[in-house]
Design a protein around this ligand. Structure first.
Ligand SMILES: NC(=O)c1ccc[n+]([C@@H]2O[C@H](COP(=O)([O-])OP(=O)(O)OC[C@H]3O[C@@H](n4cnc5c(N)ncnc54)[C@H](OP(=O)(O)O)[C@@H]3O)[C@@H](O)[C@H]2O)c1
Length: 204
């Protein structure tokens, strides 16, 4: 599979590119708003790199991995370049206050908004994959949701290469739960000084 990671210079994108590169089955290209930064990071990771808008053409799956609060603007800016190529949104909408981390919204999810912006089919998942666990160790179960079978299959396929279990958790609206769960995980990480992931029980 050929995978473009938009925002691939960041903590998550770098870790995902490194992990996929170590497995070696996929062709990985990382993107940035700055071509030189993309190429420098790419050469460190042993992949290729370029401007976000240049890397999303001619791939099987686009992973939208820019800083969360830039997700919607980036989706808007790249919509034409992405066209109908399936997108995996890994973002969570979060709020931070003195008590800790909270879900960022009362209804909907970032992924559903991305799906309204781009023409492409959108899956959502991997929110529980801490970058640190991707770089070293076990990221846990990959939970992926979406309406479009092709986008979801590609996302599950990608996730299955880098962790032992990738699980289809239903339609895209369930991204509300996946994004909200990120707040839970971040509070756990802070409280227990950990890099927690998720493991579902009771599956065959
Ligand atoms: N970190 C994790 O452990 C983790 C785990 C699961 C999911 N995620 C999700 O993965 C995504 C990336 O997280 P991250 O921790 O890697 O974020 P990050 O390091 O803060 O940012 C990722 C990249 O986003 C780009 N960026 C920053 N501001 C931007 C803007 N205004 N417009 C467009 N691009 C911008 C930057 O790339 P350039 O400056 O090179 O363009 C940056 O390297 C988020 O949606 C997050 O929720 C993260």
């Amino acid at each position: 599979m050929k995978v473009a990671i938009v925002g691939g210079t960041g903590a998550f994108g770098r870790a995902l590119a490194k992990r996929l590169g170590d497995v070696g089955d996929d062709e990985v290209v990382i993107g940035s708003r700055d071509e030189e930064r993309a190429q420098t990071t790419a050469s460190e990771l042993g992949v290729t790199g370029g401007l976000n808008e240049k890397i999303v053409g001619d791939v099987d799956l686009v992973v939208l991995a820019v800083k969360s609060n830039a997700t919607l603007q980036t989706a808007t800016e790249l919509a034409a370049a992405i066209g109908t190529t399936p997108v995996l949104c890994v973002a969570s909408d979060l709020r931070f206050n003195d008590e800790g981390v909270l879900p960022g919204r009362h209804q909907g999810s970032l992924a559903e908004e991305v799906a309204r912006i781009v023409r492409a089919p959108v899956a959502s998942g991997l929110q529980s994959f801490a970058a640190a666990n991707l770089l070293e160790g076990d990221p846990g179960d990959a939970l992926v949701c979406g309406h479009d079978d092709r986008a979801k299959e590609l996302a599950l396929d990608l996730a299955g290469r880098i962790t032992s279990r990738a699980i289809d958790v239903g339609p895209l609206e369930n991204s509300r739960a996946l994004e909200g769960m990120t707040a839970v995980i971040l509070n756990v990480n802070k409280r227990y000084r950990a890099h927690a992931g998720i493991r579902l029980t009771g599956l065959p």
